[in-house]
Design a protein around this ligand. Structure first.
Ligand SMILES: [Mn+2]
Length: 363
């Protein structure tokens, strides 16, 4: 069954604030022509319209085609302020495979997402046009060709001015995405949340893989290295100072141990100052979180960030000039509870909530 829906937001927002999600939702069920009994046409007069997911108050969460956040599917990024995009690969993975199924599982678990951010009071669907534009058509037999396909796909997305919110896929994808992003915006700042620096040079004779993307990005001048922060790094290393290369480039490295037992809000004040007003890309590897929170991933490391700290990092990006975000390395086969993909879906929602034009209600 296909369900298409669109809500038109009234111009007089404040008057209908609490009632909008119910009263202005428009729903058409294509196979039987029935209508949402709660749809009220008198609430739809407006100059502006945005895509809004159907509320689970009226449409069963488990119904419909599983798009991200139950948003409409669109063929292209044209006319969108931001777009959820899947990049289903795991051919760059060094250990457990399965991240190619990440986008599908994140979409499935995203059925729990509602329209508003209850703590920050962000109202993305009242202020920005967002849709799910499907997946990049990757080549599962050839990683280099896959990178080319990603780069070309993202060139088209960013050419429209749309902000990509990417569902990975292993971390290799950040390299071709940043090639496209930097082509448009110039060298970008990077907030990289991860258990690993992903700055290896050559692994098993290969330059492309999920352990090398940020080395390649630096080599190609895609990053403004003084505006790079790597947060959550940990685990055993190949040398006493695993992050020497990162620091030598001018990156700020925040090891996981520096985050233990703390709120990361003060850290994010410093990170925002470091990023300034220039373009920033946020790349969030789910393995930054402790495996007790997010076990479904390819290269887990113990003693990582909490889910709460992950939220603090993403919420701490509010006010930055974000030009793209990704959430990578969800491997559903190792995620028996679905919690990893659920966490990923929520982090992507939070990323949408901190995009520059997202509206906030006063707290
Ligand atoms: Mn990574």
């Amino acid at each position: 069954m296909s369900i298409f829906y669109k809500r038109i937001v009234s111009g007089a927002l404040s008057a209908h604030l609490m009632r909008l999600p119910v009263l202005t939702q428009r729903l058409v069920v294509s196979d039987c022509g029935s209508r949402n009994p709660n749809f009220n046409p008198s609430r739809t007069q407006s100059g502006k319209s945005y895509n809004v997911p159907p509320s689970a108050e009226f449409v069963a969460r488990v119904s419909g085609i599983a798009t991200m956040a139950k948003l409409p599917y669109r063929e292209t990024a044209e006319g969108l302020y931001a777009a959820f995009v899947g990049v289903p690969i795991d051919t760059g993975t060094s250990n457990r495979p399965g991240a190619r199924f990440g986008p599908r599982q994140i979409r499935a678990e995203s059925a729990m997402l509602r329209a508003y951010n209850s703590w920050t009071r962000a109202a993305p669907y009242e202020s920005i046009m967002v849709a799910d534009i499907g997946d990049i058509n990757v080549n599962v037999y050839d990683l280099k060709d896959t990178c080319k396909r990603i780069r070309e796909g993202y060139r088209k997305i960013v050419a429209t001015g749309c902000i990509p919110l990417t569902m990975g896929g292993d971390h290799t994808i950040a390299y071709p995405i940043l090639q496209a992003v930097a082509e448009k915006y110039g060298p970008v700042g990077l907030i990289h949340v991860d258990a690993h620096a992903d700055t290896s040079d050559i692994v098993l004779g290969e330059k492309i893989g999920h352990g090398t993307p940020f080395r390649r990005c630096v080599e190609e001048g895609l990053l403004d290295c003084k505006r790079v922060a790597q947060i959550g790094l940990r685990g055993s290393g190949y040398s006493p100072d695993s992050y020497e290369w990162s620091r030598a480039q001018g990156f700020r490295v925040v090891q996981a141990e520096e985050c233990w037992f703390k709120s990361l809000e003060p850290l994010m004040v410093e990170v925002r100052a470091q990023m300034g007003s220039g373009p920033v890309y946020l790349s969030f590897d789910i393995d930054a979180l402790d495996p007790s929170f997010a076990p479904g991933t390819g290269t887990p490391e113990i003693a990582g960030l909490t889910t709460i700290q992950g939220l603090e990092i993403v919420r701490g990006c509010r006010g930055l000039n974000l030009v793209g975000c990704d959430l990578v390395e969800v491997s559903p086969a190792y995620d028996t509870t679905g919690n990893t993909a659920l966490t990923a879906a929520n982090l992507l929602f939070e990323m949408m909530c901190v995009l520059p034009k997202t509206k906030y209600y006063p707290k």
